[in-house]
Design a protein around this ligand. Structure first.
Ligand code: PBG
Length: 332
């Protein structure tokens, strides 16, 4: 009641009155199956190694990775994205360890596949930066620049060894021109038509990858600006999208997620393939750090970031909180 007669006639607050009402009219719901767990596996360690900038995330041993995969399945998570961390002495200019059938990533794919079979979608990062001594995502030419086409040949080989190891989905993340097409061809050539490609379609050159570089022991000096996208651009993502679809991407991804929700919404509007977003290491670190200081409520903040990414149009979210968030969602 007020002194303005029947004003306001429209009262949106009515639908916010009780938790049950709010739940009923919610437009976005999180489900454990929306989530994909990125996981690191390190060669030659007998105990998991904590990543200091990502509290709660470790470089797994082959054994603890198997356990993490089982826990993800039990929580209802859909997939796992694997990253290999080779011994330092195995890094070289060509990223040879990335195409060694017994390289750490290939072993990890086999381990996880034998542990959980098809109960989890097993995905692998298809990129050279974890294996090169210079830390770039590709091989270098005589002038020290990343050589696009020579890199494509390495990616083709990587796709084949990863597929042979039993991966369901490869995730090319190096942002080389033509990578999706070359990888599709390479897979088809060896009869791996069933292996899907989750293309890192719009991957921005981001300061928020910082903690990841520790996670994979990257030796990168300088930056990736000649291949990853400029944070200032939108149209460029739409061009990358068109090319990836033309080259045969089965699913597309936007990365990072939080600072690029506009890109995500645009991409999701434009396509009829599944769209993923990668909530990256720096996004994780920010929430954990603020929560540790008592500045934000951790669990609520986590679910809010994931809801925002879903709402913007991502059907699948890669997040380091995947297993824990799946439990939170179930218990909510
Ligand atoms: C490249 C790759 C990166 C990430 C995933 N794949 C690092 C980079 O491009 O610098 C970052 C993931 C994260 O920060 O969580 N292999």
């Amino acid at each position: 009641m007020n002194s303005y007669g029947s004003f306001p006639g429209a009262r949106p607050r009515r639908l916010r009155t009780t938790p049950a009402l709010r739940r009923m009219v919610a437009e976005t719901r999180l489900h454990p199956a929306d989530l994909i767990l990125p996981a690191f596996v390190r060669e030659g360690v007998s105990e998991p190694v904590p990543i200091s900038a990502m509290p709660g995330v470790v470089q797994h041993t082959r054994d603890t990775l198997r356990k993490a995969a089982v826990q993800a399945v039990e929580a209802g998570v859909s997939g796992i994205m694997l990253f290999g961390v080779p011994l330092d002495e195995k890094k070289d200019g060509a990223g040879t360890a990335g195409t060694d059938p017994d390289g750490i990533l290939q072993l990890a794919i086999r381990d996880v596949r034998s542990e959980v079979g098809d109960d989890l979608v097993i995905m692998s990062d298809l990129c050279l930066d974890e294996y090169t001594d210079h830390g770039h995502c590709g091989v270098l030419d005589a002038e020290g620049r990343v050589d696009n086409d020579a890199t494509l040949e390495r990616y083709a080989e990587m796709a084949q060894v990863q597929a042979d190891a039993g991966v369901h989905v490869v995730g090319p993340s190096g942002m080389m021109d033509g990578q999706v097409g070359v990888i599709r061809d390479a897979l088809d050539t060896i009869g791996k038509e069933d292996v899907s490609i989750l293309a890192y379609t719009a991957k921005y050159s981001s300061a928020f990858y910082g903690p990841f570089r520790e996670a994979v022991g990257s030796s990168l000096k300088g930056d990736r600006k000649t291949y990853q996208q400029d944070p200032a651009n939108v149209r460029e993502s739409m061009r990358e999208l068109a090319l990836d679809l033309e080259e045969g991407a089965d699913m597309v991804m936007v990365k990072p997620a939080g600072p690029y929700l506009d890109i995500l919404a645009k991409v999701a509007d434009a396509v009829d393939v599944p769209v993923a977003a990668y909530q990256i290491s720096g996004e994780y670190a920010m929430v954990e750090a603020a929560a540790e200081k008592g500045w934000i409520e951790r669990d609520k903040a986590i679910l809010e970031t994931l809801t925002g990414i879903r709402r913007a149009g991502a059907q699948m979210i890669l997040t380091y909180w995947a297993t824990e968030a799946a439990h939170m969602i179930r218990n909510a």
